[in-house]
Every structure is written in structure tokens, then in C-alpha cells.
Design a protein around this ligand. Structure first.
Ligand code: FAD
Length: 449
């Protein structure tokens, strides 16, 4: 009998189990709660929402997460069906009654004839005798399983904190101010001598910026996060600023080896941005991980010369978060290259958020089922939200600087030349293309890889 084991009954594991069972596989879903608790979960329900009750924008034509909702609905998602059934008034957002939602997911899986729910912690990565396994244990993966993942993946490829620097859409940067250059024009292993985008600051601008960082409103580490050590290399930018006026100028904002081609004086400080995806549409602010509140980040970072109109694909953060270096470790079917009977899904793959985690669970469940049932399942086209997110974590993102990512339009391949490429028109054209391509993919899902 073909069987799939799914470890973790959160957003991703519940969706993966549902998809695989609906495809015809028997599934054992292993969830450690209530036998073993996490720091954030409060109940023994599957798909518990640990914080906000919002799935964010539900606007499929103007927002990438709204588009992902729609793609999930069209793909028979249990998570989206239950979110729709338990939704609460929230303007353009999809917010849910968290108890009703979690209960709905739990009951649907408990009643599914092909699903068995086992309330137990899986303390190590299962051996090949288990057959196909999906690991969907989330940002708070239990300690013993984390240790086992680190052993299989390599210690350097499992993180316990995300150290998220903000990411800017390239087309929102002012190139009358910014310039491309690598420090000392040094050629990197994979690039040229002008790989970074540089933003110069005068002394006055730098002083004002440091003051703004120190005064900006921050979020605190949770009590249970304080006990997990994080590396000096991941210090929040405002913590560095608090160590002295010049600390940032000797750290991530050092101006040496960089010359603004439009000026003869050396900048007092420089903010550098490094390419973050293969498409070159997203650039991350080097060393700018921060605990500043999101609104404060937008306000303060837009004072940086060249970023006055910056649009952020992701804002900075620093949270307890267990995730693997997926671009290095996983293939396009979410299999661990070194142990292909193991798939990973959800936040542990380095996507961020309830919806993205469930979406990757959905794909993992379908891939695992198709593989076992001998119906190869091609990955979704990169022009869909599913495909753009999957391609990002399984290779599109830079493995050296990989950090968790929300779905956003910067992950999508550009529209053909001549198409409307700005603002709302661009988003709507990308969404329309995605939904058309999704339908084709769903229609041909049994086609060979
Ligand atoms: C404190 C906190 C707040 C967050 N707030 C938000 C938010 O507001 N909005 C948002 O979109 N995202 C938020 N996130 C991110 C959120 O966790 C993910 O978006 C989402 O829950 C990830 O889904 P998942 O299925 O990957 O993990 P989870 O939903 O966490 O599911 C993982 C499951 O695996 C189980 N498990 C762990 N280890 C084992 C094991 N060894 N054996 C068996 N079972 C195991 C856990 O009990 C859990 O049920 C937050 C995360 C944290 C930690």
C-alpha cells in the first residue's frame, strides 16, 4: 500500500496531507501537540494560527498574496476552503475566526478516510524504510528533530533565527543618485566588478540617520527568543548604531573603496544593496537586519539618498525561526537532494507566512502523491505565484544570503517587452498571466516532467 508520512500538522503539513489524501494516497500525519508543546502554540488543533488571524490581502489582481490565495482555491486547498468558510469582516484582507478555522481543518483531516493522525513527536529524520516523508515542522521544529536535520543538511545550512534585511524593488531606486560598484572594484567569484548598488551619505545625513535609528520604535524579543543565542554577525542595525556614532561606518555602511562617479568627494557613509534573486529585480540592504517596527523602517529607510520612493518587497526583522538553506539543499520537487525520500514544506523551507507555508505544503503533497502514484507532476510555471515562490526557494534566491521570503511580484519573471510595466497595470498583467498559466498547468498536471 502506498503511504506518505507528514511530520507536523501546522499550515503546511495539514495542506500537504489533504492534497496527498485527495490524490489517492494513504497519509499518516504526525503532530507532536499536545504531547509536546511549542513556545507559541496554545491549543492541540491542527493549523493553529500562532499570532495574527489574517491571511493578508485577498485581492488576486493587485496583490501577490491575494493571487496565491486564488491559485490555492483553484487547486483545491483545504486551508483556503476553511479560511473562506470561517472568514471575518476585514476590508480587503482575508481574516479568519482562528478557532473555527483550526477546528475545521482538524475535523476535515480526522474525517478523511485516507488520513490517520498520530499525536507524537518524531524525534529524528525517518530512515528510507518509512518511504516518502514530508517534513513540515515549522519555525519551532522540536529540538531533537532540528539536530537531526542539521546533521543531514550540514550544520551551516540550518538557521535558528532569521536575520532579515529589507529588500527593495530595483525599479523603485533612484539611479540619478545610486551607482553600481563593488568595493575596490573587486571581482567576485560569480560576478563582475560592479555588483552592488551604492547609496552615498554626507556626514550630516549619516548623523541624522543614526539618530533616527536610535529613536525609532522597535519590537522586543519574546521571552523565549532571548534564550536562543544569535550570532554577532546578525546584530540588528540599531544595536550596532547604539554602540557608537561610527560603528556603522566601520561596519555595513563603510565608505572605503567606493567612489560616487558624479562627485569628487568621498562619501561619509554608503548603504550597499546586493542582488537577491536571479531575475535581478530584488536587492537586499546589506547588514540592515533590524527590530524596528515596519512603519518605522519605511519612514527611516526612505530618508536614505536614492530610496525616497523605495518600494519594499520585504521589511527587516529578526525572529526565532528554524529554516534550511533550501536553494542549496532542495530540488525543484522539494526533495532533499542528499536523501530524496525526504521532502520539506512550509516555513522550514524558508518561505514566510501562513499562506506561503500552506502553498508550499500544497505543492509538496501533490509532488509526493504524484511520485508514488507514478504520475510525474511538473513544477508549476514560474509565471504563477506558486511557481515563482517555489523557484525562489529552490534556486532563484542567492544561497549565500538566503533568508525567509514572502510571495511578491518581484519574484515573477518580467512581462514580455512592450507590455505595460508600471504600477497597477504591471501587477494586473502579472496576475492575469499567472491565472492563465495556472489553468494550463492544472490541465496538464499529469504531463511528464
Ligand atoms: C511567534 C510567531 C508568530 C508568527 N506570526 C505570524 C503571523 O502573524 N502571520 C504569519 O503569516 N505568520 C506568522 N508566523 C510564521 C508562522 O509560524 C508560519 O507562517 C506558519 O505557521 C508556518 O506554517 P508551518 O506549517 O510551516 O509551521 P507551523 O504552523 O508552526 O506547524 C508546524 C507543526 O509541526 C509541529 N512539530 C514541530 N516539531 C515536530 C516534531 N518533531 N514532530 C511532530 N510535530 C512537530 C508543531 O507542533 C506544529 O504544529 C509566526 C511565527 C512565530 C514563531
Amino acid at each position: 500500500m502506498k503511504k506518505l508520512h507528514v511530520i507536523g500538522g501546522g499550515l503546511a503539513g495539514s495542506e500537504a496531507a489533504w492534497q496527498a489524501a485527495e490524490s489517492g494516497l494513504d497519509v499518516v500525519l504526525h503532530e507532536m501537540r499536545p504531547t509536546r508543546a511549542t513556545f507559541a502554540h496554545q491549543t492541540d488543533g491542527l493549523a493553529e494560527l500562532v499570532c495574527s488571524n489574517s491571511f493578508r490581502s485577498d485581492d488576486a489582481m493587485n496583490n501577490a498574496v491575494g493571487l496565491l490565495h486564488e491559485e490555492m482555491r483553484r487547486t483545491g486547498s483545504l486551508i483556503l476552503a476553511m479560511a473562506d468558510r470561517h472568514k471575518l469582516p476585514a476590508g480587503g484582507a482575508l481574516a479568519v475566526d482562528r478557532e473555527g478555522f483550526s477546528r475545521g481543518v482538524t475535523e476535515a483531516l480526522a474525517e478523511h478516510p485516507r488520513v490517520t493522525i498520530a499525536r507524537e513527536e518524531i524525534a529524528g529524520l525517518p530512515p528510507p524504510e518509512w518511504g516518502s516523508v514530508i517534513v513540515a515542522t515549522g519555525p519551532l521544529t522540536s529540538e531533537s528533530l532540528s539536530a537531526s536535520i542539521a546533521e543531514a543538511a550540514g550544520q551551516d545550512h540550518l538557521a535558528f533565527f532569521d536575520a532579515i534585511a529589507p529588500i527593495v524593488h530595483r525599479d523603485s531606486i533612484d539611479f540619478d543618485i545610486a551607482w553600481f560598484q563593488s568595493r575596490y572594484d573587486k571581482k567576485g567569484p560569480g560576478g563582475g566588478d560592479a555588483d552592488y548598488i551604492n547609496l552615498p551619505m554626507t556626514e550630516e545625513q549619516y548623523r541624522a540617520f543614526v539618530t533616527a535609528l536610535l529613536e525609532g520604535e522597535k519590537t522586543d524579543f519574546k521571552e523565549w527568543e532571548k534564550s536562543t543565542p544569535y550570532f554577532e554577525a546578525c546584530l540588528p542595525i540599531e544595536v550596532m548604531a547604539a554602540r557608537g556614532l561610527d560603528t556603522l561606518r566601520f561596519g555595513p555602511m563603510k565608505p572605503v573603496g567606493l567612489q560616487d562617479p558624479r562627485s569628487t568627494t568621498r562619501p561619509h557613509a554608503v548603504v550597499q544593496l546586493r542582488q537577491d534573486n536571479a531575475l535581478g529585480s530584488l536587492w537586499n540592504m546589506v547588514g540592515f537586519q533590524t527590530k524596528l517596527k515596519h512603519g518605522e523602517q519605511v519612514r527611516i529607510f526612505r530618508t536614505i539618498p536614492g530610496l525616497a520612493n523605495a518600494e519594499f518587497a520585504r521589511l527587516g526583522g529578526l525572529h526565532r525561526n528554524t529554516f534550511i538553506n533550501s536553494p542549496r539543499l532542495l530540488d525543484q520537487q522539494l526533495r532533499l537532494k542528499a536523501r530524496p525520500h525526504l521532502r520539506f514544506a512550509g516555513q522550514v523551507t524558508g518561505v514566510e507566512g501562513y499562506v506561503e507555508s500552506a502553498a508550499i505544503g500544497l505543492l509538496a503533497g501533490r509532488f509526493a502523491a504524484a511520485e508514488q502514484l507514478g504520475q510525474p507532476h511538473a513544477p508549476p510555471p514560474t509565471t504563477t505565484a506558486f511557481g515563482a515562490l517555489l523557484a525562489h526557494i529552490t534556486g532563484g534566491a542567492d544561497a549565500e544570503t538566503f533568508q525567509p521570503m514572502n510571495v511578491n511580484y518581484g519574484l515573477f519573471p518580467p512581462l514580455p517587452p512592450g507590455k505595460k510595466t508600471k504600477g497597477k497595470d504591471r501587477k494586473q498583467a502579472l496576475s492575469a498571466r499567472a491565472l492563465t498559466d495556472l489553468e494550463t498547468w492544472l490541465g496538464t498536471k499529469a504531463a511528464a516532467e
